[in-house]
Write a protein that binds this ligand. Sequence first.
Ligand code: ADP
Length: 352
Amino acid sequence: MELENDPELAHFFAFSLDLFAVADQNAFFTRLNPAWERTLGFSLEYLMSKPYYDFVHPDDRDVTIIEKGELASGRAVMNFENRYQAKDGSWKWLSWVAVPQKDGTVYAVARDITQQREEKQQILELLKKLEKTNQQLDHFAFVVSHDLKSPLRAIMNLAEWIMEDLGDQPNTAVEKHIALLKQRVDGMYSMINDLLEYSRVGRTETPTENVDLNELLREITQHLDSPPGFKVVVPAELPHLNARKLEVKHLLQNLIDNAIKYKAKTDGHVRITCKPIDHFWLFEVEDNGIGINPMHHQRIFQLFQRLNPSLGVDGTGVGLALAKRIVELAGGQIWVRSSEGQGASFFFTWPQ
Ligand code: ADP
C-alpha cells in the first residue's frame, strides 16, 4: 500500500525515531524519513543528492562497501555499525538492518547509537582507570608494609636495649611495660605480614595448577593447632581445583583456624563438605563455635575487622578479607550463615 494513501502509516514514517531509507543499486538514497534530518541536520534532498558513501566516515567506508556487496548478492545485513557525518561536523554511529529486494533496491532501518557507544566507551575507560588505581593501591600496600617493618625492628631493638640497661637494677614496672610493648610490636608485625600477603594475592604472576584438595587438606590438618577433643571432619573424596596452591591453602587454613579459634566448647568440630553446583564447586566449612551476629556478616570480610578482641584470641582481622579476595579473584563468591551462639557456616564457590 502506498504511504500517501495510508495516513496512519505516513504518521509512523514521519514520527519514527529510527531512520528509514530506501536506496538504489548505485548507492543513492531514494527515499528517507524526517528522522534523518533530525539526526544528521542535513536536508533530505541533500542526503539524496550524493552516493551515501560520501556521508560515511572514511575509516568505515571499506566495510560499508563490503556490506553493500552482501546486499547486492541478495543477503540481508543485520546489526552493521558505521559512522555518518552530521551537519555540525560530528559523527553519528548508526546500527543498520537492511534487506535487499529482487529489483536491486534496498530497504533499510538505522538507529542512532552514538550515545550508547559513548557510554560504553566511558565505562571501558573507567574500568581501565579503576584497574590502574587498584594496581597502585596494591603496590602502595606492598611498599608501605615493607617500609613499616624497619622502624618496627628498631623499636624492638630499643626495647631490648632498655631491658639490658636495666641490668642489675631490676624494675618490675618498666619490665612489665617493655614486655607489653614487645607484644604490641609483635602484633603489628603480624598485621604487616598479613597485609603483605593480602596485597600479594592480586599481584602474583604465579600460574594456576591442578591442586589436589585431598592432599592439601592432609597437609593442613597435620599441622593444625587444635585442642584435644576438637574434631576436624573432611570428606573422603574432594575434587581437584585449577588454582594457585598457596592461595587455596591460605583460604582453607584461615577458615579452619577460625573454627578452632572461635570454638564455644571442648567438643568443638569443623566439618568441610563440597558439592557440584552449576559450573562451580560449593564448599561449606561448618563449625559449632560462638557464631556471628548477622549484623556483622559483611563487616567480618573487611580488612582488620575483628568482632571479639576481648576473647584474647590471636589474630589480625585479615584472614577473611584475604579469603574473600582469593575466592573473588578466582571468579567465586564467599559468604557466611550464622547467628550468635549457633555456630557458623562459611560457604564459598570455586569454578570447576
Ligand atoms: P581474625 O581471626 O584474625 O580476627 P578474620 O578476618 O579471620 O580475622 O575474622 C574476622 C572476625 O570474624 C574474627 O575476629 C571473628 O570475630 C569473626 N569470625 C571469623 N570466623 C569465625 C567463626 N568461625 N566463628 C565465629 N566468629 C568468627
